[in-house]
Write a protein that binds this ligand. Structure first.
Ligand code: SF4
Length: 254
């Protein structure tokens, strides 16, 4: 595939529901394809590239137009230009799927995006592809890195997470860590995660995000007692451990 094209799910304007930017208005670019298979994934429709993607015409109105994949770089720039109405948006979110699977595209797209708008660029990622991150890190303003606990996600990427976080920190890119927790969370893994982050810097904020139970499945949110205990535990190593559920689901947003 050309570096000037990528597989997309959708692009639209919405309120960020998670992490450090919660409550802010963002232009979302949701890329297709993910190489992980987290047990709690609420975006399984992004795992493989669909034949078509959709792009919102008016910010926030969900008046989508549908096109065939792949998306051209210029089409995406045109979309940003249309959505970039003065003062509405706080930043642009690259999300997915796993956006870093499109690193060659992003390495061409992001410099052009920067010359088009001065909105900060924020990457949401599984945090397991440090080599791909390096290729686009100079164009990013902030990164939300998932740290996958094996007991909750079924995925295990400790070494890659440590390297990924170190790269963000060394480049002085704003970074926070998000950890999904369920009632099955292994406490030893939380301790290991806190130590992993503290080894890079105890000032990096960790967001504990109670899982939003899927309609089908056996995953349950942690009890209030579990959350209080785990936050207290992690604060032995990390200055700020914040507990924030997915607020966009409460608002019934995309
Ligand atoms: S990394 Fe994200 S999109 Fe991929 S499987 Fe996990 S939760 Fe789903």
């Amino acid at each position: 595939m050309s570096n000037k094209t990528a597989r997309l799910i959708e692009a639209f304007s919405a309120i960020q529901g998670e992490g450090l930017n919660v409550g802010t208005r963002q232009i979302f670019i949701r890329f297709a394809i993910c190489d992980l298979r987290c047990d709690y994934c609420d975006s399984a429709h992004t795992w493989v590239a669909p034949a078509e993607y959709r792009i919102e015409v008016t910010p926030g109105l969900r008046d989508f137009e549908v096109y065939s994949n792949p998306v051209q770089l210029n089409t995406l720039l045109g979309f940003i230009q249309r959505q970039n109405v003065p003062s509405l948006h706080d930043s642009i979110s690259l999300t997915g799927g796993e956006p870093l699977l499109h690193a060659p595209f992003l390495a061409e797209f992001l410099p052009e995006l920067r010359s088009l708008t001065n909105l900060p660029i924020y990457l949401e990622t599984g945090g397991h592809r440090p080599e791909q991150l390096l290729t686009i890190l100079p164009y990013l303003d902030s990164v939300g890195m998932d740290l996958k606990l094996p007991s909750v996600s079924g995925e295990s990427h400790w070494q890659a997470h440590a390297q990924f976080l170190q790269y963000c920190y060394d480049s002085q890119t704003e970074v926070f860590v998000k950890i999904i927790i369920s009632n099955q969370t292994d406490v030893a893994e939380l301790e290991r995660a806190a130590n992993l982050v503290a080894a890079v810097s105890p000032a990096i904020i960790i967001y504990l995000q109670p899982v939003t139970p899927l309609e089908v499945g056996t995953m349950f949110a942690p009890s209030p007692e579990q959350v209080l205990t785990w936050q207290a535990l992690m604060k032995n190593w990390i200055k700020q451990v914040r507990v924030v559920p997915q607020t966009h689901k409460m608002l019934q947003q995309l």
